[in-house]
Write a protein that binds this ligand. Structure first.
Ligand code: FES
Length: 376
């Protein structure tokens, strides 16, 4: 967690005032609170000031304090407490807040931070050369089930892999961030099980909260395991890109909202984007590891920590039967398999390659020598 202070004087503008539209909105917002409770409007007013200026300036804090008849220090306390408020200029197209709390960290947040460091700036809160992107690490954003995740302004992007975050950053850098559907970036609805429902599947259609088409049938995981000699899975990248685009219906809804805003600026609220079917992971088929015919005595891949019976069956379906094969996987191949298994970086974290190398070299004895414990 970073120390949260106001930006240095050289960044601070001389003054602040809401523009005409925002002043009308702010006055209407203050009127919503009962007499004597107007100070409760401090958060919405600060947020509006941030949306207008791009960040919360000292002058904005003082202006909001005056509007609400509130000591400046109280407004400052609010602005410095919530990481939703930016206290210095951030990227104009995206400020990426990477959750670094335990569940996200266990599922690969550190790798996401490395992506931000390499693609944006080595230091948090520093902008890239164009001034369009910045990043920081924040505490839990309340989407732990979908870890790891990032927030970009008001939207959350969840179930991320390194490849997906790189793609998201590239789209925002190009000014095309709206192409990316917020929410889970894997085949799941909100925080429902990835792939398909796992409970109450008998002849009962799951209750849905929107019009999202039903996911694959309940036995999707088994069905997704191709036979050893099956053709490679179809993973067409361009189509994946298309599926990431905002659905036409959402654009229509947004247009309606703009009209509504014009009709009634006080009550207009952003229309929630329609949740499109989750995009298939970005996978480049050339990186799929080469498979082999099933040998007479395949290795027990379950000896690798992180591989259970189902994952072993899936690997076998890809033509992967031996430790030696896994030990030779290059980074791109590991990422391919990781995405295919929807593992969010687990192959790297569990270091399958190191485990497989030890098992291929000397079985259990070598594994104990390397890791100081028995394989599973
Ligand atoms: S730990 Fe990351 S969202 Fe909760």
């Amino acid at each position: 967690m970073s120390v949260r202070r106001l930006a240095e004087e050289q960044f601070q503008p001389a003054g602040f005032s809401f523009n005409a539209e925002n002043i009308a909105w702010a006055e209407a917002t203050i009127r919503k609170y009962p007499a004597g409770r107007q100070q409760s409007a401090v958060i919405p007013l600060l947020m509006r000031a941030q949306e207008q200026e791009g960040w919360v300036t000292k002058a904005a804090i003082e202006h909001v304090g005056e509007m609400l008849d509130m000591p400046f220090i109280r407004v400052l306390e609010v602005a410095t407490f919530y990481t939703q408020f930016q206290l210095k200029p951030v990227g104009t197209r995206a400020h990426i807040q990477v959750c670094g709390t335990t569940p996200c960290m266990l599922r690969g947040a550190e790798d996401l931070i490395h992506v931000c460091k390499s693609k944006i700036h080595p230091e948090p809160f520093e902008r890239n050369a164009e001034g369009t992107l910045s990043w920081e690490e924040v505490e839990c954003q309340g989407a732990c089930v979908n870890a790891p995740m990032v927030m970009i302004f008001k939207d959350a992007y969840e179930d991320l892999t390194v490849t997906q975050l790189e793609h998201i950053i590239d789209r925002f850098a190009a000014g095309k961030g709206s192409d990316i559907k917020p929410g889970p970036q894997v085949d799941r609805i909100f925080s429902a099980p990835a792939g398909a429902p796992t409970t109450l599947t008998d002849d009962i259609q799951p209750i849905r909260f929107n019009d999202t088409p039903a996911p694959a049938p309940a036995k999707a995981e088994e069905a997704s395991v191709p036979p050893a000699n099956a053709a490679k899975p179809v993973t067409d990248a361009p189509e994946t890109d298309k599926s990431l685009k905002t659905p036409v219906t959402a654009k229509k809804a947004a247009a309606e909202n703009v009209k509504q805003k014009g009709d009634n600026a006080d009550t207009a609220r952003p229309v929630e984007k329609e949740v499109a079917p989750a995009p298939a992971p970005v996978m480049d088929e050339k990186n799929r590891p080469a498979g082999i015919e099933r040998p007479e005595t395949p290795d027990d891949l379950k000896m690798i920590s992180g591989v259970g019976p189902k994952i072993e069956a899936t690997l076998n379906g890809l033509g992967v039967y031996t430790f030696e094969q896994i030990a030779k996987w290059k980074k791109a191949e590991r990422e391919w398999v990781d995405t295919y298994l929807k593992f969010s970086g687990r192959i790297e974290r569990d270091d399958w390659v190191k485990q497989a190398k030890a098992l291929a070299k000397g079985g259990e004895a070598e594994y104990i020598k390397v890791f100081g414990k028995k394989p599973r």
